[in-house]
Design a protein around this ligand. Sequence first.
Ligand code: UDP
Length: 244
Amino acid sequence: MPDDETRKFKRVLIKLSGEALREVGSHDNISPPIVESIASQIKAAHQSGLEIAVVVGGGNFWRGISASNRGMERATADYMGMLATVMNSLAVQSMLEGMDVPTRVQSAIKMDNVAEPFIRRKAMRHLELGRVVIFAAGTGNPFFSTDTTAALRASEISADVVLKATKVDGIYDSDPNKNPNAVRYERLTYQEALTRQLKVMDATAFSLCQENNMPIVVFDMNGPDNIRRALTGESIGTIVTNDA
Ligand code: UDP
């Protein structure tokens, strides 16, 4: 990937956490104005001809591991988490469709009344035809995360990059909210991220990207227009590759 001002992407996958859809301090799990802002930025990037896939997390509703730490059986709790991602995916789809952006939700757990099943070749066809594809229900398997889903689906559809939207402007050597001397990386290798146990993505997701040579860009989604900028290849955030 070129290291100049803009990276030339054709097909990208953006990973939004469930929390990205929630307004800070609100009791509502999904904030329509926030989803609208995200959708309008996706629309702007889509209009530039980019092929866009989306993976949405479910942490604004439910996280399997937290529930299992409080006594619930892990696999069931994880299935509940996957169902939560479907609600978020439908919210993003609804907002995009309201802006006349053709969109398909493909679910890894079969639920024909609300979403198509995940079929890789069909997803790629949708992308070629200019439809935004939202991958719901994670990988369909408990004990995984939606970060891993993003790494997996991006690899399956031969995306150019995984864009991971976060609340910080890249990857730091320690938590910048706790350590004022934390140093931000411009570039990083998967191996460094794994060895230093940097918490921005889980190890399974990093390893999968490493094996498939899938670049990851970690960026702050809250800056004005940052989602559109990341989608269209502006050099924001930290990039993780095999050769930093
Ligand atoms: N999940 C799962 N398998 C997957 C993806 C997700 O079991 O392939 C469950 C897991 O319980 C997870 C929850 O869905 O905690 C929500 O996903 P995640 O925590 O990744 O969401 P985010 O933190 O991105 O909002």
